[in-house]
Write a protein that binds this ligand. Structure first.
Ligand code: COA
Length: 178
């Protein structure tokens, strides 16, 4: 890591997780755009327009969208929702992204911890992440450190720009056991 990147990293206590407002979108979009165009961690269309991304990310209540904010700076964002409608709506799911320059400082951990607390408060039985790229070591280590397990891997289901066809994991946190 170079000194410039180091300077941009937030101090561990310098951010708070709060619900996103509509006017946060202009600061969320650069993070989403960077992650989806990189095509290493999300099976999203990299050509998605800003408007499509906004509709997809800013999910309406009872789903929830949060940001990790340091004053006016948005360091990361997560959304969370029922994984499926109807008879599947007792299982939660969600997504998170941390700005490249803010990674490694606890923002991702704070976002997932907040998501778990939200799922518990709302009576979900588990959280299921449907498509965790098998080479996404940072995400997998983070989720495992919080108790998530891998239920299975869809082999070669993701075309990684450097690693070729890699698996997509289904990861699961049972909220009834703990
Ligand atoms: C995955 C991601 C959310 C992690 O966010 P982050 O703010 O960098 O993570 P944190 O600083 O909170 O680190 C939490 C844990 O993740 C793991 N981790 C984070 N970065 C890591 C890395 N580069 N290599 C290995 N493990 C890493 C560690 O277990 C770490 O725990 P520790 O600090 O106790 O060692 C972030 O890298 C990101 O946004 N990536 C692109 C989008 C993405 O992959 N989203 C998830 C899709 S499933």
């Amino acid at each position: 890591m170079d000194a410039t990147a180091d300077r941009l990293r937030p101090a561990a206590s310098a951010f708070t997780i709060r619900e996103a407002h509509e006017d946060d979108w202009s600061r969320i979009w650069p993070i989403v755009h960077d992650v989806i165009t990189e095509q290493r961690t999300f099976p999203y269309d990299p050509a998605m327009s800003e408007r499509e991304a906004e509709r997809g990310w800013l999910v309406p209540a009872p789903a929830r969208v949060v940001v990790a904010a340091d004053g006016h700076r948005v360091l990361g964002t997560a959304n969370m929702y029922a994984n499926r409608p109807g008879p599947g709506n007792h299982i939660a799911s969600g997504s998170l992204m941390v700005a490249r320059r803010a990674r490694g400082a606890g923002v991702g951990r704070a976002l997932v911890t907040d998501m778990v607390a939200w799922a518990r408060r709302n009576g979900f039985a588990a959280i299921q992440f449907n498509a965790v790229v098998d080479t996404n070591t940072a995400a997998i280590r983070l989720y495992e450190s919080l108790g998530f397990i891998t239920l299975g891997v869809a082999p070669g289901a993701f075309r990684h720009p450097a690693d070729g066809h890699v698996g997509l994991r289904i990861m699961w946190l049972d909220l009834r056991q703990s």
